[in-house]
Design a protein around this ligand. Structure first.
Ligand code: 4AD
Ligand code: MG
Length: 432
């Protein structure tokens, strides 16, 4: 019996007859031969239908196929050195499964709003396939990296009573007559995890009611948040750079086909696997910007033009260390020799992609933390459990958060992060 395979496994079946379930993405026909562009979710390749070989009737079936018709294809696999994929199928039989007509996304250009309205179908395109495969690889490599380093994955809740990243960007919801918020970050829970299991990482959706309509902001995005007990900020930076290099190397190693589909410059990516990454203090970053005619003063946060300028001065991702207290959240540990900055860092991606990681050493002192929670206008009642972590065996600890979609946007070299998540949520979009 003919073996059923997926397109991705064609290389193991050269000169064999196989059966493949596929959809038609495009087609070109002449009087004697039809070229069917096929996809099955694992890869894209070409089916060749030769009239003289299959007969008049089957050739007619091939000619009448429409975009996104699903079918069983039977045929023999051949090498095809002209395509990215490297193989094609010489079709002997086509059995239509599901008809398709007037498929809205045609091979011509469409506007972005139209594509986003049809996101459930747009996901089938080659480019979106490549991005989602790379997203999957980065998630896989994340688990592998942290598990290899002795971390355990610990899930943080989505419905919470706390606001780690400030109260202005909260989605509030009614939780049985009590206010609750969609989580902005799993960090505070990860800190409880680190005190229980030493090294943990959370990975889940987080929510920010960001009013900003930029290429870098989603209202729902996925964050990886490692947290480590008995670790200082400088040790955390070493974990961060090794993790980023591991992500990049894993994509290079396992997504060659996808990087080709996206036309990503792999030599450029290879530069990001070299360690260490440069470190620049916030103070020096301000001076660098001022020397280059940026209108910034000490204490300002960086916008995207400033981040792009700074990262353009380096070949690798760059850490900006020790930001002013006034622009960072309450839970960070102050610098031991200065009272105006925290022991924290943001990692800026090269090629103008901006901040991809935010992290810090955490405040361990009970009184200092309580004071800053109150000063931030937060309800102390909701943070008693968090203060408990300082009541019972407080230890130095550090952690960070990587925004997955920001990292994918950079690694895939995309213009906008909306393509990195299957169903993006932005200020003006909650459908489909
Ligand atoms: O810098 P942020 O706000 O840090 C935290 O949430 C910390 N609790 C992390 C930690 O220390 N455990 O966010 C971390 C990262 C940013 O560097 C960025 O990559 C991403 O999350 N991010 C966003 N990504 C997409 N859309 C948004 N609106 C984002 N806001 C932050
Ligand atoms: Mg940040």
């Amino acid at each position: 019996m003919t073996e059923q395979i997926r397109i991705i496994d064609a290389k193991d079946h050269v000169d064999q007859e196989v059966k493949i379930g596929a959809w038609l993405t495009d087609k070109r026909s002449s009087g004697k031969i039809s070229f069917l562009q096929l996809r099955d979710g694992s890869a894209y390749f070409q089916g060749v239908v030769v009239k003289n070989a299959v007969g008049e009737e089957m050739f007619q079936v091939a000619k009448e196929l429409r975009q996104e018709t699903s079918m069983w294809i039977t045929g023999v696999i051949h090498e095809d050195s002209r395509s990215h994929f490297g193989y094609e199928i010489e079709v002997s039989n086509i059995e239509v499964i599901g008809e398709s007509s007037d498929y809205p996304i045609t091979p011509k250009e469409h506007g972005i709003e139209f594509l986003l309205d049809h996101r459930h179908l747009w996901l089938r395109s080659k480019r979106q396939f490549a991005i989602q495969q790379i997203r999957n690889e980065m998630i896989r490599a994340t688990y592998e990296f942290f598990n290899n380093e002795g971390f355990i994955k610990m899930d943080a809740p989505i419905l919470t009573g706390s606001a780690p990243e400030g109260t202005t960007e909260l989605f509030e919801t009614d939780y049985f007559d009590q206010p609750a918020y969609l989580s902005q970050s799993g960090q505070l829970y990860a800190e409880a995890g680190a005190m229980a299991y030493g090294k943990v990482f959370t990975f889940g959706p987080v929510f920010r009611a960001e009013k900003s309509k930029t290429r870098r902001h989603l209202t729902e995005f996925w964050m990886i948040e490692p947290e480590m007990a008995f670790m200082h900020q400088d040790q955390s930076l070493e974990v961060q750079e090794r993790y980023i290099a591991y992500l990049v190397q894993s994509v290079i190693d396992h997504c060659e086909y996808e990087l080709k589909l996206l036309d990503r410059d792999v030599d450029q990516l290879k530069k990001y696997t070299k360690l260490p990454f440069p470190r620049l203090s916030y103070d020096d970053a301000i001076t660098m910007l001022q020397d280059n005619d940026f209108d910034v003063k000490w204490g300002d946060d960086f916008g995207s033009p400033e981040e792009t300028f700074i990262s353009d001065q380096f070949e690798q991702p760059v850490f900006i260390l020790n930001y002013p207290k006034s622009i960072k959240p309450f839970y960070m540990k102050p610098h031991p020799d200065r009272d105006d900055v925290y022991l924290c860092a943001d990692l800026l991606a090269p090629e103008g992609y901006g901040e991809i990681i935010g992290g810090s050493e955490r405040e361990t002192d009970y009184d200092a933390l309580e004071e800053r929670i109150l000063a931030g206008g937060l309800d102390l009642e909701n943070y008693q459990w968090y203060l408990d972590l300082r009541r019972y065996g407080s230890v130095p600890h550090s952690g960070f958060g990587l925004g997955l979609e920001r990292a994918i946007t950079w690694i895939c070299h995309l213009d906008h992060l909306r393509e990195t998540i299957p169903f993006p949520r932005m200020i003006n979009r909650i459908k489909p």
